[in-house]
Design a protein around this ligand. Structure first.
Ligand code: HEC
Length: 445
C-alpha cells in the first residue's frame, strides 16, 4: 500500500517540541537582533568619528564589538544550529518544504553570515592597526553583511507564514514566495526593533565609559535612537498586522489571551520610559540597570512577539500547506506536491503512516488504547501534551476532562476529522480511529 511521506514524531513530554524550539529561538533572536542593530549603529558612529575626528567614538564601537563577539556571536552561533537541529526533528517536513524552495537563498544567507563574522573580527582586531578609511570601510561592510542576513531570513520567515504571492502555489518561483507585503512589513519592523535592541544593549557598554562627559553623550545618543526606533517599530508592527493572511487574524482573535495587547503596550511604555529616564538623568545608567533592561526586552518583548507570530501561523508550519503535525494539507501544483488529506480520508492515519508498528495498523479491541496513543502522538503531540499530569502545553487530558468516551469520539469525528476548527489541522480519521483516540484520552486501557 502506498505510504505518506511522514517521519517519526519527536515527542517531548515536559516542554513540548515547540517550546524547546521556542526557547532556543528567543535567545537567538536577542543575540542576532542586537548584532544587526549594532552593526548599523557602528556604521553611523564610525562615519561620524571619521568625519569629525573623534577617536573615542571608534573606541566605543570597538568595545561594543568585543561584547558582541563574546556574547552575541557565541550565543548566536550555538543557538542558530540549535534551531536547525530542533526544527529538523520537530518538523522534518516543514524544514524539507523550506529547503526545497529556498536552498539557494539559504546558501546566500550563509555567505552573508560568514561575511558578518569575518567583519566583526576585522573591525575589533584591526582597530587602530589599519588606516581610518579602511577601518570605516570594514565597519560599513559589517553593517551591510549583517543587515543582509536579516533581509534573507525575514523572507523565509514570511514564507513560513504564507507565500508572498498566491501565484506561488501554481507557478512556483522563489521570489513569488519570498516577497509580499508581509515581508516588507517585517523588514521595517524588525530593522527598527533591532536598532532598539542595539540601543538598550549598547547601554551596557556606555555605562562603563570612564569619561563622564562622553558617557553622558553616548547614553543620550542611545536613548534618542532607542525611542525613535521603538516608535517606528511599533508603527511598522501595526502595518505588518494588516498584511497577515485572513486565517492568521482569525486564529489570533480566537487565541490571543485578553492580557496580550495590554501587556505589549506596557512593554512598549516601559521601554520608552526607561530610555527617557536615561536621557534625562544619564548618571543613573549603571551596568546592572542596563543588563536588567536588556533581559526585560527579551522576556517581555521578544518572547511574546515571537510566540504570537508562531501561534498565528498555526495550524500551519510552512507556506500554509504543511501542517504543524507534518500532514500536507493542500496541493501545491508548482512543486508537484499533493495533499495528504484524500489518502487519509480514504484509509485513516494508522494505515498510511510508514512508521506505525504492524500490529497497530488495524484498530482492534486489544490494541485500542495503544492505537489511540499512537494517533495522539502523530496527530496531536506537536501542539498538546499527552501525559496524565495536566501540565505542559495545552494538556489534552485537561482539555477533554469532563467528556465521556462517546462524546469525545463524536467531537473527534465531527470537528477534528472534518477540519472545521480554524486553530487545528484537518485530521481525517476512520470511525475506528476516532473511537481509539477517544478511548485513550479518557484513560482507557
Ligand atoms: C496545530 C496545533 C494543534 C494540533 C496538531 C492539535 N490541536 Fe487541539 N488545540 C490547538 C489549540 C491552539 C487549541 C486551543 C486551546 C488553547 O489555546 O489552549 C486546541 C484545543 C483543543 C481542544 C479543546 C477544544 C477547543 O476547541 O479549544 C481539544 C479537545 C483538542 N484541541 C484536541 C485535539 C486533538 C485530539 C488533537 C489531535 C487529534 C489536536 N487537538 C491537535 C492546537 C492543536
Amino acid at each position: 500500500m502506498e505510504m505518506l511521506g511522514m517521519y517519526p514524531t519527536w515527542y517531548d513530554p515536559s516542554l513540548g517540541s515547540g517550546w524547546v524550539l521556542g526557547v532556543i529561538a528567543v535567545i537567538h533572536v536577542l543575540a542576532s537582533h542586537t548584532s544587526v542593530g549594532a552593526a548599523l549603529v557602528f556604521a553611523w558612529l564610525a562615519t561620524v568619528a571619521y568625519k569629525r575626528q573623534r577617536p573615542e567614538l571608534l573606541e566605543y564601537v570597538r568595545r561594543y564589538g568585543v561584547v558582541l563577539l563574546v556574547y552575541s556571536y557565541v550565543l548566536g552561533s550555538i543557538t542558530g544550529p540549535g534551531i536547525w537541529f530542533s526544527a529538523t526533528v520537530a518538523s522534518p517536513r516543514g524544514i524539507s518544504a523550506l529547503i526545497h524552495s529556498y536552498v539557494w537563498v539559504w546558501a546566500t544567507e550563509w555567505v552573508f553570515f560568514v561575511g558578518e563574522v569575518v567583519g566583526i573580527y576585522a573591525l575589533v582586531y584591526l582597530a587602530g592597526k589599519v588606516d581610518q578609511k579602511t577601518h570605516l570601510n570594514l565597519v560599513r561592510y559589517f553593517a551591510i553583511a549583517s543587515w543582509g542576513t536579516m533581509l534573507i531570513i525575514v523572507g523565509i520567515l514570511s514564507f513560513m507564514m504564507w507565500p508572498g504571492q498566491q501565484a506561488w502555489y501554481t507557478e512556483g518561483g522563489t521570489l513569488n514566495g519570498f516577497y509580499g507585503p508581509y515581508t516588507f512589513g517585517q523588514v521595517i519592523t524588525r530593522t527598527a526593533f533591532m536598532l532598539m535592541c542595539a540601543a538598550v544593549v549598547g547601554g551596557i557598554v556606555a555605562s562603563r565609559i570612564s569619561d563622564a562627559d562622553f558617557r553622558k553623550e553616548m547614553t543620550r545618543k542611545l536613548a534618542v535612537l532607542g525611542i525613535v526606533s521603538a516608535v517606528v517599530g511599533f508603527l511598522g508592527l501595526q502595518w505588518t498586522l494588516t498584511t497577515l493572511p485572513e486565517h492568521a487574524r482569525e486564529v489570533m482573535a480566537l487565541r490571543l489571551p485578553a492580557w496580550f495587547v495590554p501587556s505589549m503596550w506596557a512593554t512598549f511604555g516601559g521601554i520608552i520610559a526607561y530610555l527617557a529616564l536615561t536621557f534625562a538623568a544619564p548618571r543613573i545608567l549603571t551596568p546592572w540597570l542596563s543588563i536588567a533592561a536588556a533581559a526585560a526586552v527579551m522576556v517581555f518583548g521578544i518572547w511574546p512577539e515571537e510566540t504570537s507570530r508562531e501561534s498565528m501561523r498555526k495550524p500551519w508550519v510552512a507556506g500554509q500547506y504543511v501542517y504543524s503535525n507534518q500532514v500536507i494539507g493542500r496541493d501545491v501544483p508548482a512543486l508537484g506536491v499533493k495533499s495528504d488529506i484524500p489518502a487519509l480520508e480514504a484509509r485513516g492515519m494508522l494505515a498510511s503512516h510508514p512508521f506505525i508498528p504492524a500490529d497497530l495498523r488495524q484498530v482492534t479491541e486489544a490494541n485500542k488504547a495503544e492505537a489511540g496513543r499512537t494517533l495522539a502522538l502523530v496527530y496531536c503531540s506537536n501542539c498538546h501534551n499527552l501525559t496524565d499530569t495536566e501540565t505542559g502545553i495545552r494538556p489534552l487530558r485537561k482539555l477533554t476532562a469532563g467528556m465521556d468516551e462517546p462524546a469525545l469520539s463524536g467531537f473527534i469525528s465531527g470537528a477534528l476529522a472534518t477540519g472545521s476548527m480554524p486553530h487545528m489541522p484537518h485530521m481525517p480519521m476512520s470511525e475506528a480511529e476516532a473511537g481509539a483516540l477517544a478511548h485513550f484520552l479518557v484513560g482507557g486501557k
